[in-house]
Design a protein. Structure first.
Length: 143
């Protein structure tokens, strides 16, 4: 088992190396649109889960997943060079749905805020059209 602090450092090293590898060193043009969001290595350094997102639709996601599976050996050997550990973990790529969830939630919040502004604008417009407010009535009585 590895110290948790060392494990975090290893995860950071893997994330940086894979990100550079995907953006600059792979010859596949689809790799340029991949973002490595996080890396999780188990305490025995046997499995390394690399979470990623990609721009595009479902077809792009499937093509990217296939490309990553195809390049897994090359990526694992590049990771081995920076880890300097006795064992090189098995690499598994997992699509990170959390980014899509955040975008959906952001969209819902924006819609709710827009609707609230519309309702607020409608209510304040109606107040001005109706009977005068209490302050106006008080001013008229004083004169």
């Amino acid at each position: 088992m590895v110290n948790p602090i060392r494990l975090k450092k290893l995860e950071s090293l893997v994330k940086q190396r894979v990100a550079v590898l995907l953006s600059q060193e792979l010859s596949d043009p689809r790799a340029a649109f991949i973002t490595v969001t996080r890396v999780k290595i188990d305490r025995e350094i046997q499995v390394c889960d690399i979470y990623y997102t990609v721009l595009g639709d479902e077809k792009e996601k499937k093509l990217t997943a296939h490309m990553l599976e195809h390049a897994k050996g090359f990526i694992r050997s590049a990771v081995a060079k920076v880890l300097h550990t006795r064992k090189v973990p098995e690499i598994r790529f997992k699509y990170d749905d959390s980014v899509e969830g955040v975008l959906r939630l952001d969209k819902i919040i924006d819609e709710a805020a827009r609707e609230a502004r519309e309702l607020e604008g409608g209510l304040s417009g109606k107040e001005g059209e109706g009977a005068p407010s209490g302050e106006d009535e008080g001013e008229e009585k004083e004169t």
